[in-house]
Design a protein around this ligand. Structure first.
Ligand code: NAI
Length: 462
């Protein structure tokens, strides 16, 4: 179908293509998969719905999937994360993409719906945060007359329900048909993976899933080193504030929190961490950070960043205590880490796209980034290509695995085997001039592994 896409401006395609060409030079894992599998086309016949930030890096992922034989339709998984030139370049290359930076929540769910509209229906999902999976499963439940399970925010719940009703009216039985056609889903992020394990626990997972996030070469790299580069990038592009000397509070010290705290520390900020988990709290303390509660520092800190994947972490009572011109942002997947809805009846002044100043009843002003949505993708351009190459190489391997061997999997959540994790890492060594040491057979036998790997037991934590 001609013009089967929704992008901001198709004339941005030339600029997008130039940046895609540059990104390819920084994404050796994806390019190696094109080389290895391009002729065999293991994804031939796969019709993949993609719901993942429509960035330049994702463009290289999409073109790797199509080079391996897949048909792809794409929506972004966040209303602010699309790079319009990337979307334009991908649309111009003939892949149906539905994504505009700054789209509304209603458009977000409508575009997701459109990404399912393959002539013969899709048979695979590539998800980030679980929206594509959620949409189909909620719809199928609604068609079965069951109750819709809770979704992140009440505002979003209303929009999803409206979109589901619209589709049910237009095509009765559609969701159930879609669900039954899907052979598997690969999921990118911590929050989406949590949703999948909950679905499995409650007996609602109707197809096999691969948890890409917990490949070591994903969460210990993208979540950590990615945020280390992209968090401060987002704050700077949004505010141009001087980072050195500022007091910054990072809520959560998981993989994203570790990268975020390192990012702020590297920029010269004085970083304080909050945690609920004693292990992560101890790690933060031994990495040299003060660890305390938000309440302790809320009235004196300058910058607040949530990284927890949890909800209601910065609440209205905290924001009332913050000092004038405090900066608040979130880098976790959903916007409910900060109680943005509770600010809606305050005076908002838009400074520029994805930056708002909000006047509190006591006269203090707060700078809110990306309305509480992930600021590294909303205010900047997300993680650099190199680290996304590691994540997306796992994604492609997961899609190949589910598409070619899906029948061998139960309706459960799986992690890619360690030899593939090691392969992903290996594919990224040359680009940065890393030389590996080769063990001899005797050494390998002594530590109980094969000379070619896997090099660690499953329980090793890196
Ligand atoms: P994680 O589970 O490793 O870390 C989250 C940490 O937050 C945990 O250590 C947990 O104990 C802590 N936590 C939970 N509730 C808390 C509270 N109320 N106060 C303080 N700490 C609390 O998860 P990970 O991988 O770090 O991911 C965090 C979020 O970031 C997820 O939503 C994930 O999907 C998202 N993400 C975002 C990326 C981005 O580029 N913006 C990249 C990767 C993940």
């Amino acid at each position: 179908m001609a013009n089967d896409y929704i992008v901001k401006d198709i004339n941005l395609a030339g600029y997008g293509r130039k940046e895609l060409d540059i990104a390819e030079t920084e994404m050796p894992g994806l390019m190696a998969l094109r080389e290895e599998y391009g002729a065999a086309k293991p994804l031939r016949g796969a019709r993949i719905v993609g719901s993942l930030h429509m960035t330049i890096q994702t463009g290289v992922l999409i073109e790797t999937l199509t080079a391996l034989g897949a048909d792809v339709r794409w929506a972004s998984c966040n209303i602010f994360s699309t790079q319009d030139h990337a979307a334009a370049a991908i649309a111009e290359a003939g892949v149906p993409v539905f994504a505009i930076k700054g789209q509304t929540l209603k458009e977000h769910w409508d575009y997701l719906d459109k990404s399912f509209l393959f002539e013969e229906g899709p048979n695979m999902i590539l998800d980030d945060g679980g929206d594509a999976t959620l949409y189909i499963l909620l719809g199928a439940r609604a068609e079965a007359g069951e109750e819709i399970i809770p979704v992140p925010t009440s505002e979003e719940e209303d929009v999803i329900k409206a979109q589901i009703k619209k589709r049910m009216k237009a095509s009765p039985g559609w969701f159930t048909k879609m669900r039954d056609q899907i052979k598997g889903v690969s999921e990118e992020t911590t929050t989406g993976v949590n949703r999948l394990y909950q679905l499995k626990r409650d007996g609602h997972l109707p197809f096999p899933a691969i948890n890409v996030n917990d490949s070591v070469t994903k969460s210990k790299f993208d979540n950590k080193y990615g945020c280390k580069e992209s968090l401060v990038d987002g704050i700077r592009r949004a505010t141009d504030t001087m980072m050195a000397g500022k007091v910054a509070v990072v809520m959560g010290y998981g993989d994203v929190g570790k990268g975020s705290a390192a990012s702020l520390k590297g920029a010269g900020a004085r970083v304080i961490v909050t945690e609920v988990d004693p292990i992560c709290a101890l790690q933060a303390a031994m990495d040299g950070f003060q660890v305390t509660t938000l309440e302790d520092v809320v009235s004196t800190a300058d910058i607040f960043v949530t990284t927890t994947g949890n909800k209601d972490v910065i609440r209205i009572e905290h924001m009332r205590e913050m000092k004038d011109m405090a900066i608040i942002g979130n880098i976790g997947h959903f916007d409910n880490e900060i109680q943005v809805a509770a600010l809606k009846n305050h005076k908002w002044t838009n400074i520029k796209e994805q930056v708002d100043m909000i006047e509190m009843p006591n006269g203090n002003r707060l700078i809110l980034l990306s309305e509480g949505r992930l600021l590294n993708l909303g205010n900047a351009t997300g993680h650099p290509s190199f680290v996304m190459s590691a994540s997306f190489t796992n994604q492609v391997l997961a899609q190949i695995e589910l598409w070619t061997k899906g029948d061998q999997y139960k309706n459960d959540v799986y992690i890619l085997p360690k030899h593939l994790d090691e392969k992903v890492a290996r594919l990224h060594l040359d680009r940065i001039g890393v030389k590996l040491t080769q063990m001899n057979a005797e050494q390998a036998a002594y530590i109980g592994v094969k000379p070619e790997g896997p090099f660690k037991p499953e329980h090793y934590r890196y």
